[in-house]
Design a protein around this ligand. Structure first.
Ligand code: GTP
Ligand code: MG
Length: 246
């Protein structure tokens, strides 16, 4: 059984539509991070199967951890995550889930960079994504596009084995890095880009982007301490672990 986890902070304007478009296809857990705009109520009204609330704001990573634990407790064999701000198209779910069913061990990653469809990604955001992709590729030797996308399918086994320590926006990079390093298959699925005008981002370029950069630098330095095991040029065999589905 696949369950959906949606982390949400102050997304009352969009969460209802996301849940309504998704609920016929998958049971949904919304993790509301003490929003003050009625996000939890909007999610419940729209048909989210479970709404979990944090009593105070703890960040996206903590919300994901809560959602993963809830999904595993309810017997999920895999968890699909997506954003509550309407930037992930529920119509892409089927392709992500099909990829996950075809390769149940794989971490399935939405890829906004390869898709032909959708809005342009703002220049700074695109640059940050490419920088993170370069860092993850350099650390793991595995070339991965769009390491920062939150639209993913995680096998339950990966969620049980991964350390899940990162906070804020770091957790998703941490899980991906661990998966790539342990040789887990990675499947990229191009997804539609949605960047509406007047969109409010919770991602703070300096703080959140800086934390991801600091995490990657820390991993590189850790690699140095361990005798350079992680500092290597891309390995041709690693590419075989990344497949791309149309
Ligand atoms: N629970 C919880 N969710 C959060 C928090 N910050 C962000 N989110 C959710 O995480 C998802 C992604 O956040 P965004 O601000 O859209 O970040 P992003 O999509 O990486 O960045 P953009 O491309 O600028 O939109 C959305 O569903 C947010 O509501 C938080 O502190 N707590
Ligand atoms: Mg967003």
């Amino acid at each position: 059984m696949i369950l959906a986890v949606i982390p949400a902070f102050d997304e009352a304007a969009t969460i209802g539509a996301v849940v309504r478009r998704l609920r016929a296809r998958v049971d949904i857990i919304v993790v509301d991070d003490a929003s003050s705009d009625g996000t939890a109520e909007a999610a419940a009204r729209a048909g989210a199967r479970w709404v979990v609330r944090h009593p105070s704001r703890r960040g996206k990573a903590a919300a994901l951890r809560t959602g993963f634990a809830e999904a595993l407790r309810r017997g999920a064999s895999a968890v699909v995550t997506l954003d509550g701000d309407g930037q992930h198209d529920p119509d892409d779910l089927l392709r992500l889930v099909t990829a996950a069913r075809r390769c149940p061990d794989a971490l399935v990653l939405g890829d906004r960079l390869s898709a032909a469809a959708g809005d342009p990604i703002p220049v700074l955001r695109r640059g940050a994504i490419r920088a993170a992709d370069w860092g993850v590729g350099w650390l793991t030797g595995v070339p991965i596009r769009d390491t920062q996308c939150g639209y993913r399918v995680y096998p339950a086994a990966l969620l049980r084995e991964a350390p899940l320590r990162g906070e804020g926006f770091v957790l998703e990079t941490e899980i991906l890095l661990g998966a790539a390093r342990t040789g887990r298959p990675l499947v990229s699925v191009p997804i539609r880009r949605i960047y509406p005008r007047g969109r409010r981002s919770r991602f703070r370029a300096v703080v959140d982007g800086g934390q991801i950069a600091a995490f990657l630098v820390g991993e590189a330095l850790g690699g140095l301490g361990r005798g350079l095991p992680s500092l290597r040029s891309p390995r041709p065999e690693a590419a075989a672990r990344v497949s791309i589905e149309a």
